[in-house]
Design a protein around this ligand. Structure first.
Ligand code: ARG
Ligand code: GLU
Length: 717
C-alpha cells in the first residue's frame, strides 16, 4: 500500500503490513519464491512456471474473456465458477429444461453440451520484450510517435509468436504504464463443453444477498471439458473431437485447510489501479461509485419486481440481473473501504512528500500536472459514467443499433456471400436478444435512468437529440410510450414481418429510421464524438504522466517491492487462511460448513431455499467420505474458506493451491469490507473467498450422483 510508506515509518511495520499484497508475474516468481517458502510453500519457482517442463501454469486457463479455470483430469476436465459458466448454463436453459434451477449433469461424454463462442486460453509463455517494443524509440519523440513505434514492434512480435501453430494467439501488454512490456503467447481452444452444474440453489446459494460477503455458503462451481482434434490441437466443434490431454492437471488435496495455512491463487485478475494519485481515488470513491450505484439501484428495483412475478422473466433476466447487481454491490464496498481507510487524505500526504523529494529532479511537477489533468478530465468521466449507466443500458436501443449496423454492412458489401454472412450474424443476434428480452423491464428502466440523465447531466453537455425529444414529448414517460410503442424492434414478429422479402438495402433503410435505432445511434454518436475523444486525449495524457510518476515512485521508495497492476494476465497471489474482524467486537472465523447452509435455510426466501436433497443428506448425516470433524467436535462438511490472497475480478474460478501445489479450493469472491483492494489493499480486511474443494466433490458425489467424474481425478491427502 502506497500510503503506508509515508513518513519515517518505512520499517518492520510497513513490511509486515504489506505481507500479502501483490499480484506477481509467474515468470518472475523466482524473485518472490524465498518469501513464499518462508511462509510455508514447499515447491520451487520452476514448479509454478517453467518454459522447459510442465508446470502448474499449464493447468490454469483464462476461461472466456474474464474468468479463470483449472484442469482437474488428464481428460480435459475443467473447473470454474458457477457464475463464470452462468451464461452458458442459462443459454441451454428453458422453462422445460431449467438447468439454472435444477442443475445439469452429463452422465456420459455424449451428453456434454457444446458452447458456441466459448474459449479457454492456455498461457504458452511470457517474455519481457521491453527493448524490442521500444526499438526505434528516441528521446524527444512525441507520444503519438512513440505509440506508433510500440504498435509496429508489437505487431511484429505477435506475428512472429503466432506463426505456424494451431490456435496461437498473442498479446503485448504494457506494465507499469508502459515502463515495461511483456509478450504473452496463448493457445486457444474453442470446443468447450458443459459437463455439470449444480442447481442455482447450491451454485448461487445466498444469491445477491450474500454476494461479496462472508460468512458464505455458495457452491459456486461448474464443470466443463476441453475438446481437441485427434492431435490434441485446438479445433472448431466437431463430433470427431476428443477430450484434450493437458500437459499438467491439478492433484486434488483431501487434506483440508486450517487457519494459518499457506495458500496461493493462480489466475487472471482483470484490473487494478494501486498507484493512482489522490484525485483519481477521490473521483472514484466520491463521484463515480455513488453515481453508478444510484443508477443501478433504479434498474435493479425494476428487474427484481418483475422477476419475482414470473419464472419466465426470472430466467430471462437472471444473468443480466446478476451482473448489474454484482458491480453495484462491489462499488458500495469499495467506496466505503476507501473512505474508511482515508485513502484520499493519505495519498495527498504521500504526494506532498513525493513533491518535496522530487524538487529539482526529473519528477518535479508531475503531481501538480496529474492533479490538473484530473480536473480537466472530470466532466468527461462524469458524462462517460452517465452514458454507460443510462442510454447504453437501454436494451432495445442497443440491439436495434447493432442489428441495423449489420444490415448496413450487408447492404454495402461487395459480394453476396459477404452480405449473407452479416445477415446470418444479424439473425443470430436477434435470436439471442429476443430469447432474453422483456419489454416492460426495459421500458421502465428507460424512464428511470433517462429521468436521472435529465436531472443530473449538466445541460451544456446533453446531446441535442435529447433536448429535441424532451421538447417534442414533454416528458421521459411520453417519450418512452412513443419509442417502445412505435419501434418495430419491440416485437420480433413485427420486425421479421416488416423486413421480410426486402433487399438488405431497403431493410436497412426501414430499420435505421426506427425510433429505437435512432435512440441508440444518436446517443452513441454523441458519446463517440463529443465525449470520448476528449476523454481519451486527456486519459492518454494522464497515463503518459503516470509512466513518469510510476518510475518516480520507484525511485522515491527504493526499498519497496512493486508489482504491476492487474491487466488480465496470469498472476500469482499468495497468503494464508485467516479470519478477520469487520467491526469492533466481531471476529469472523475463516471456515464455513454445511451447518451455516442449514442455519440460512428458508423455503420462503429464494436465495436461501436449500434443495430438498441437501436437507435430507443433512438430516441423515449421510456425508460418506466427505465428513470432517467440525469446530464443535461434530460431524460436518466444509463449504468455503477465506484467505489473505490479493485477488480481483477475473480471479473467479482460480485454483487455490496449498503448500504442496495441490488444489484445495476455487476462488470466487472477496469480502465486502475488502473490495477496495483494487485500489488500496488493507491486510486486516482484504480476504479472498474460496469454495472448499471437498464441498465440490461432496456435491458431485452425493447430490448430483455424478461420482463417475471423480474417477478421472487425481487425489492426494
Ligand atoms: N462477486 C463475485 C464476482 O465478482 C460473484 C458474482 C456472481 N454472483 C452473483 N450473485 N451476482 O464475480
Ligand atoms: N467474483 C469475481 C470474478 O468474477 C472475483 C471476485 C473479485 O472480484 O475478487 O472475477
Amino acid at each position: 500500500m502506497i500510503t503506508a510508506a509515508v513518513g519515517t515509518l518505512l520499517s518492520a511495520v510497513f513490511f509486515n503490513a504489506k505481507a500479502d499484497e501483490g499480484m506477481w508475474l509467474p515468470s518472475l516468481i523466482s524473485e518472490r519464491i524465498g518469501d513464499m517458502q518462508s511462509k510455508g510453500f514447499r515447491l520451487d519457482a520452476e514448479d509454478i512456471y517453467s518454459i522447459n517442463q510442465a508446470s502448474l501454469k499449464d493447468a490454469v486457463v483464462l476461461f472466456g474473456r474474464g474468468c479463470t479455470g483449472e484442469l482437474i483430469s488428464g481428460e480435459g476436465l475443467l473447473l470454474t465458477n458457477h457464475h463464470c459458466g452462468y451464461a452458458q448454463i442459462q443459454k441451454h436453459s428453458s422453462v422445460e429444461h431449467d438447468y439454472l434451477k435444477d442443475g445439469f449433469w452429463a452422465m456420459s461424454r455424449d451428453e456434454e453440451l457444446p458452447n458456441e463462442g466459448l474459449t479457454v486460453s492456455f498461457l504458452d509463455r511470457m517474455e519481457d520484450v521491453t527493448s524490442a517494443v521500444l526499438n526505434g524509440y528516441e528521446e524527444g519523440m512525441t507520444e503519438a510517435q512513440r505509440d506508433s513505434v510500440v504498435k509496429a514492434n508489437s505487431a511484429a512480435l505477435i506475428e512472429k509468436a503466432t506463426a505456424g501453430g494451431k490456435g496461437l494467439d498473442a498479446d503485448v501488454e504494457a506494465l507499469y504504464y508502459g515502463n515495461q512490456y511483456f509478450l504473452f503467447v496463448y493457445r486457444v481452444y474453442n470446443d468447450i463443453r458443459l459437463v455439470g452444474a449444480p442447481p442455482s440453489s447450491i451454485g448461487k446459494f445466498g444469491g445477491d444477498t450474500d454476494n461479496w460477503m462472508w460468512p458464505r455458503h455458495t457452491g459456486d462451481f461448474s464443470i466443463f471439458r476441453i475438446y481437441a482434434d485427434k492431435d490434441n490441437n485446438p479445433a472448431e466443434y466437431s463430433e470427431d473431437n476428443v477430450p484434450y490431454r493437458p500437459k499438467r492437471h491439478f492433484s486434488i488435496s483431501l487434506g483440508g485447510v486450517q487457519e494459518g495455512d499457506f495458500t496461493f491463487v493462480y489466475g487472471f485478475p482483470g484490473s487494478t489501479r494501486e498507484y493512482i494519485m489522490s484525485e483519481g481515488v477521490r473521483y472514484i470513491s466520491e463521484i463515480s461509485d455513488p453515481n453508478k450505484i444510484a443508477l443501478r439501484t433504479l434498474r435493479l428495483e425494476i428487474q427484481d419486481r418483475y422477476m419475482s412475478q414470473s419464472q419466465d422473466v426470472r430466467i430471462k433476466y437472471s444473468s443480466k440481473n446478476a451482473s448489474v447487481a454484482n458491480s453495484w454491490k462491489k462499488w458500495q464496498g469499495e467506496m466505503r473501504g476507501i473512505r474508511k481507510m482515508g485513502t484520499v487524505g493519505k495519498k495527498r500526504e504521500y504526494e506532498r512528500k513525493f513533491r518535496e523529494w522530487a524538487e529539482g529532479t526529473a519528477y518535479d511537477g508531475l503531481v501538480a500536472r496529474l492533479d490538473s489533468l484530473y480536473r480537466i478530465l472530470e466532466p468527461y468521466s462524469y458524462a462517460s459514467d452517465y452514458y454507460a449507466e443510462t442510454a447504453w443500458t437501454v436494451e432495445l436501443g442497443r440491439f436495434a443499433t447493432g442489428y441495423s449496423d449489420l444490415y448496413a454492412k450487408a447492404a454495402l458489401s461487395s459480394s453476396d456471400t459477404v452480405a449473407e454472412k452479416f445477415l446470418k450474424e444479424a439473425e443470430r443476434m436477434a435470436a439471442s436478444f429476443y430469447k432474453d428480452y422483456y419489454l416492460p423491464i426495459d421500458k421502465e428502466s428507460f424512464i428511470a435512468v433517462m429521468d436521472m440523465f435529465d436531472r443530473n447531466m449538466p445541460d451544456g453537455s446533453k446531446p441535442e437529440y435529447f433536448f429535441r425529444n424532451m421538447k417534442r414529448y414533454g416528458s421521459v414517460e411520453v417519450w418512452a410510450d412513443s419509442l417502445f410503442g412505435n419501434s418495430v424492434f419491440a416485437d420480433s414478429s413485427v420486425l421479421y414481418g416488416t423486413i421480410a422479402g426486402q433487399a438488405p438495402h431497403d431493410a436497412w433503410m426501414t430499420i435505421s429510421s426506427d425510433p429505437a435505432t435512432e435512440f441508440g445511434r444518436e446517443f452513441r454518436k454523441w458519446y463517440s464524438e463529443e465525449i470520448r475523444p476528449s476523454a481519451k486525449r486527456i486519459s492518454d495524457e494522464i497515463n503518459l504522466t503516470y509512466r513518469d510518476y510510476m518510475r518516480g515512485q520507484m525511485e522515491f521508495e527504493p526499498e519497496r517491492t512493486f508489482y504491476p497492476d492487474a491487466n488480465l494476465t496470469l498472476r500469482v497471489a499468495y497468503g494464508s487462511v485467516q479470519g478477520y474482524s469487520p467491526a469492533d467486537g466481531t471476529y469472523y472465523f475463516p471456515v464455513s460448513t454445511i451447518e451455516g447452509i442449514m442455519q440460512k435455510d428458508n423455503p420462503e426466501i429464494f436465495d436461501y431455499d436449500v434443495p430438498e436433497r441437501l436437507r435430507e443428506i443433512y438430516r441423515t448425516k449421510d456425508y460418506g467420505r466427505w465428513a470432517v470433524t467440525g469446530p464443535d467436535g461434530r460431524k460436518t462438511v466444509p463449504v468455503c474458506f477465506i484467505a489473505t490472497n490479493h485477488t480481483s475480478g477475473g480471479n473467479s474460478g482460480s485454483p487455490v493451491i496449498n503448500a504442496d501445489g495441490n488444489l484445495i479450493g476455487i476462488n470466487f469472491d472477496r469480502v465486502w469490507e475488502g473490495t477496495m483492494s483494487d485500489i488500496v489493499f488493507d491486510p486486516d480486511l482484504c480476504r479472498n473467498i474460496a469454495l472448499d474443494i471437498r464441498y465440490v466433490l461432496f456435491i458431485i458425489d452425493k447430490v448430483a450422483g455424478a461420482g463417475h467424474l471423480l474417477d478421472e481425478m487425481t487425489f492426494t491427502e
